[in-house]
Design a protein around this ligand. Sequence first.
Ligand code: COA
Length: 183
Amino acid sequence: MTVLEGTRVRLRPLAPEEFARVFAWYNDPEIVAPYDRFSVDTFDAFSAAVRAVADDPTSLAPRFAIERLDEAKVVGTVGYYRAHPVLEFMEVWYVLGDRDARGRGFGKEAVRLLTDHLFATTALERMGATCDVENAASYRLLEGLGFRHEGTLRSALYHHGRWHDVRVYGITRSEWAAKVRPS
Ligand SMILES: CC(C)(COP(=O)(O)OP(=O)(O)OC[C@H]1O[C@@H](n2cnc3c(N)ncnc32)[C@H](O)[C@@H]1OP(=O)(O)O)[C@@H](O)C(=O)NCCC(=O)NCCS
């Protein structure tokens, strides 16, 4: 079992008794997808996907719970997936389902732990992320960790009744290693 310890959050596998709470977040588009497309499976399909996630590098299911250390409670999830059939990088994603936990640095520390873990456990040279151009919390989190805005995909994502432009971010292994980050 992989557990990634930070100073304010720990990343660890979701426990089965936590699936329902996280699934409830996934049922609320304003929680998980204010800037993303929204779709949800049944609880059984969600649970099966979480249980099987380690075996599938392309899975979009949550890979780690974000546990807030001061309150010992799960406030969100992070994941990663192989985003392209040929190009070799992982795309990271992150959601704080507990809205009260937003804007306090928990998301940023969670993505720092996840990116550290991916560079430490793979031979990949690049990690990536994408977000809606209007999702300031997401792109500021990425930029604060040193991810570079590499370009913008026009009209690449349909949600809330219209097409949205999407920012593409990436960071290389050497950039990640060189970046000085507070612990
Ligand atoms: C995106 C998300 C995970 C960010 O996590 P968070 O814990 O709230 O963010 P942090 O407190 O770590 O802040 C990260 C940076 O974003 C900034 N920020 C946070 N919330 C912001 C907001 N609502 N608007 C603008 N900037 C914001 C912070 O000031 C910080 O920037 P800094 O490092 O330059 O000071 C969280 O807002 C969320 O779950 N949103 C809904 C789901 C989502 O959009 N996921 C990403 C899909 S691409």
